[in-house]
Design a protein around this ligand. Structure first.
Ligand SMILES: Cc1cc2nc3c(=O)[nH]c(=O)nc-3n(C[C@H](O)[C@H](O)[C@H](O)COP(=O)(O)OP(=O)(O)OC[C@H]3O[C@@H](n4cnc5c(N)ncnc54)[C@H](O)[C@@H]3O)c2cc1C
Length: 253
């Protein structure tokens, strides 16, 4: 079990493994986001904490990191949300070549961006783009543990078409009194006719929560948002060891 402030490293309680997996599903979640479902071999055991990520190992030796978007691996399935980077080595492959039953290899799990079971502070979860993937896993974990504290998700995207799994989020809002969701757009199209929150997602949090000393914040997605959110939230009283983040930095190759 992971305590607040603890850092999970490769020496953590979970064994890092290299495993083959088979593509068992490809689903277009949004115009530029593919949901990829990977099936782990039945004989293999793979444990991870909700919020962690794996490295997909490419044939040429390069690797690309992707957050696991589901908390529980039902029937050995891992869910990834992959944003299309035009010309990108792996994401282009996913959008143009990869098909069901193809084999991939991965190594993991990695990362310290995990649900803090022991914290009783209310949680604010902040995502941009596919930064929603590990946050979805954290929320599933919190719900499965019957966490009763407030969980407020802010998800920032450029345009309305970039959101996905909204039915799931709306369903969670109906099902769980302690969960709320605020979508935020930074560059809405005229056709969006957007009447909701506008601007940077971290600014939307600040507008609603002027004082953050009593909170945990989980932030995931663009490195710019993750860095900016840390700076502005700590100015508003958030303790740095109550700020948990996962920045989707570019691969170094
Ligand atoms: C811990 C971690 C978790 C991640 N989880 C996810 C996830 O769940 N879903 C997801 O879609 N991505 C995630 N990423 C990003 C992912 O690892 C790849 O960087 C991304 O998919 C691009 O890989 P590619 O091979 O398609 O593009 P590349 O061939 O690496 O790059 C192609 C072009 O895109 C640009 N580019 C690459 N990455 C970025 C970036 N992050 N921001 C801006 N420009 C970029 C490059 O500069 C280049 O011009 C994660 C990264 C990290 C470090």
């Amino acid at each position: 079990m992971v305590e607040a402030g603890e850092v999970l490293t490769e020496d953590s309680d979970i064994e890092i493994k290299m495993l083959p997996c088979r593509v068992s599903g490809l689903q277009r979640l949004a115009n530029n986001v593919m949901g990829l479902t990977l099936k782990i071999p039945e004989a293999a055991v793979f444990h991870y904490h909700a919020g962690q990520y794996i490295d997909i190992l490419l044939r040429d030796g390069r690797r690309r990191s992707y957050s696991i978007a589901n908390a529980n691996q039902d029937q050995g399935l891992l869910e990834l949300h992959i944003r299309h980077m035009p010309g990108g080595v792996f994401s282009e492959h996913v959008f143009t070549v990869l098909k069901e039953k193809d084999l991939l290899r991965f190594r993991g799990p990695y990362g310290a961006f995990v649900w803090r079971h022991e914290s009783h502070r209310p949680a604010i979860l902040v995502a941009t783009g596919t930064g929603f993937a590990p946050i979805k896993a954290l929320l599933e974990q919190a719900f499965s543990e019957k966490y009763k504290g407030p969980l407020h998700l802010y998800w920032g995207n450029r345009q309305q078409q970039d959101f996905y799994l909204l039915e799931l989020l709306n369903g969670w809002q109906q099902m769980y009194d302690n969960f709320s969701f605020t979508p935020v757009l930074s560059k809405p199209l005229d056709s969006d006719d957007w009447k909701g929150r506008y601007g940077w997602v971290q600014d939307a949090v600040l507008a609603d929560y002027p004082e953050l000393s009593a909170y945990d914040v989980y932030a995931s997605g663009s490195p710019e948002m993750v860095a900016s959110a840390k700076a502005v939230f700590t100015e508003r009283g958030l303790a740095t060891d109550h700020y948990y983040s996962d920045a989707f930095v570019k691969a170094g190759d």
